[in-house]
Design a protein around this ligand. Sequence first.
Ligand code: ZN
Length: 330
Amino acid sequence: MTQPLILDTHIDIRWPDPPDWLGATDRCVDLPKMRAGGMAAAVFIAYTPQGPRDHAGHAAAAARADAMLRHIRGRADGRATRFCDTPDALEAAFAAGIPAVLSAVENGYAMGHDLGRIAAWRRLGAIYLTITHDGHNALSDSARPRAELGDGAQEHGGLSALGRAALAEMNRVGLMADCAHVARAGMLQACEISRAPVAVTHTACAALCAHPRNLDDEQLDALRACGGIAQVTAVSHFLRAGAGSQAAPRATVADLVDHVEHAVRRIGLDHVGISSDFDGGGGVEGWRNAGETANVTAELARRGYGPREIGLLWSGNFLRVWRQVLRNMN
Ligand SMILES: [Zn+2]
């Protein structure tokens, strides 16, 4: 079987002071582990934690996102690894056998009220923006409000007017909209109004495990309707209630693939993918780091998925969505 292009769409990095990832590290993902596990491409995240929603807070977050995007781009020297910001570039790197580095921004908090950041992030090579993290921001309600930051259950009733304008700007510049972390109402609104397909890059299925970060069946249907994609992620307590806590062992690769299969049955194989959320809370028994990635492929094969289907789940579907986002620009 030819090796599929294995793309992991959500991996955090340590910040500040990221270790040299070209050698072995204590992180779940570094270049030696990617090579060992056959992971060909990784989307590293410029993540900005929720902070004070004032000018100083937004400015600090914007500076951090900018610095992280530049750092991620600088991880690739063009020889041992290659930075890619288009699907064609990613496929060319894979064909050349060179691991690909990609980037994205997590938490629209980092743009404050400045829509100009969206085009700037895309120019730095980011491929998507996760509209919220935990805690409401100026763009949208979050699936997990932060009471300690003063959040109520909801603030905007989904997307704010600024959030809708941000989505239009993302469509315009070809930055994919990621609704992981976004409140249910905001996510459904994004699927409704976006001119391009919407992604949820690290999530799981509420039908199998009730969790505010997971997608219910109606949300899965909305992703199919907009041509989008649900990337099922390897976070233990999204996959099995209580798993990974002191009281219960971590979820397993089989649990992860159960969620993949639920989504496939509900909305079809073309709208489903896989991500790890490594170094941001992700990791299950059997897929504890990038070096164990082949175990996920093996579990899919064991359940009867063929090379074509496995290739679609690992990257083909995400690349289709991404290409459509870029085609729909104006
Ligand atoms: Zn996240």
